[in-house]
Design a protein around this ligand. Structure first.
Ligand code: NAD
Length: 337
């Protein structure tokens, strides 16, 4: 890995240059749905920022590492999220997972070997969406935006069959369900073929096709796109739905939401690594893109005690699948900065 700059002036200069690049990549990715660089290259830059900040903590101020996504795009009505929609910390190795579990135990004052049950969910490479139901009727669908405020895409989800438009009688008055909008790989290929034939815009990957299809100012365009939805979380609730993430998922599955069938309960780092290897093997055969696995502490009471650090929960982490290009790209960055 590139060495740390020897002085804080050099570090600040490097941090400012990388921050500018990350911000322009954010704009291209989150606002225009047209990434300028592969995720691996973006991740390498982002991690370099984190590394610089761990040596020079004052650099955290006004850093992209403290921000979520990007502000809502022009043209959309804005929706203020009742609960913020955040990002996730990343893990890349067994060591990172062991650290994650150790941090949790320390924070909760648990002994080194006490079990901490987590739920492992495939990390779907789409875009997150918050669905608000009042009186058991869908009233708003909003993108994450900058985490505090998202784009109103209510009309655009009308034709997504995986999104129930009403909830059953046992659902509380206010319910916000969050999850990932995505496009199946097969549907993405078909869409790109049709777009190419008709002179329309083609997309770099299923994630951008999903984002570009949902974030349309004209809902009739979204209506024609084969979008799907996995539910995995919640925002505001007027009544609690469950005591654990696992039970929450079963509950909303009963209401007609689609939950990912590969979701698993896991008890320690060995369990986690075995699941990781298993999913990594299955990854090429799935009809949707996953870029890792998200582990969430199963017990909501523990989640509440663990809380958040800046832009991500302390009780969850995204275990990313390896990106082959990362190392060589990082060398390229090294030369440029
Ligand atoms: P993230 O993707 O690391 O993690 C948070 C997101 O994970 C959530 O918002 C949600 O959308 C998604 N997710 C999928 N399945 C989930 C599940 N089961 N539970 C919870 N969340 C789930 O964070 P981020 O801030 O959205 O994005 C950062 C990532 O986006 C980077 O790692 C990078 O790969 C990519 N990115 C790429 C570029 C580029 O130029 N290529 C630019 C910006 C961001």
């Amino acid at each position: 890995l590139p060495e740390m700059p020897a002085t804080s002036t050099e570090a600040r200069k490097q941090h400012a240059e990388i921050s500018d690049r990350v911000r322009s990549y954010n704009e291209a990715y989150y606002v225009n749905d047209e990434p300028l660089v592969p995720d691996a290259e973006y991740d390498a830059l982002f991690n370099r920022l984190i590394e610089l900040e761990s040596h020079y903590p004052t650099l955290k101020k006004n850093s992209p590492t403290q921000e979520v996504g990007a502000a809502p795009a022009e043209g959309f009505a804005k929706v203020k999220h009742a609960r913020p929609m955040l990002s996730l910390g990343n893990a890349f190795s067994r060591e990172d997972i062991v650290d994650f579990l150790a941090r949790i135990r320390r924070f909760l004052n648990l002994t080194a070997h006490s079990p901490v049950e987590v739920v492992g969910e495939p990390k779907i490479d789409g875009l997150s969406l918050s669905l608000r139901y009042e009186g058991r009727t869908l009233v708003t669908a909003a993108t994450r935006g900058d985490g505090a405020e998202g784009e109103d895409v209510t009309a655009n989800v009308a034709h997504i069959d995986d999104i129930p438009k009403t909830l059953p009688d046992d659902a509380p008055d206010v319910v916000e369900i969050r999850g990932e909008v995505y496009m199946a790989r097969s549907a993405f290929q078909k869409l790109n073929e049709t777009q190419a034939e008709t002179g329309g815009k083609t997309f770099a990957n299923p994630r951008n096709a999903a984002a570009g299809s949902l974030r349309q100012l004209d809902p009739s365009i979204s209506a024609k796109r084969p979008l799907r939805f996995f539910a995995y979380s919640f925002g505001e609730l007027s009544e609690s739905l469950a005591q654990t993430q696992w039970d929450f998922l079963q509950k909303v599955a009963g209401w007609g939401f689609v939950i990912n069938p590969l979701t698993r309960r896991l008890n320690d780092a060995d369990d986690i690594m075995a699941f990781y290897d298993e999913l990594a093997k299955q990854r090429p055969d799935l009809d949707y893109d996953i870029d890792g696995i998200v582990y969430k502490v199963n017990d909501f009471e523990l989640q509440l005690r663990l809380g958040f650090v800046s832009r991500s929960p302390r009780w969850a982490i995204a275990h990313k699948f390896p990106a082959e290009q990362a190392r060589t790209r990082l060398n390229a960055i090294d030369i440029q900065v």
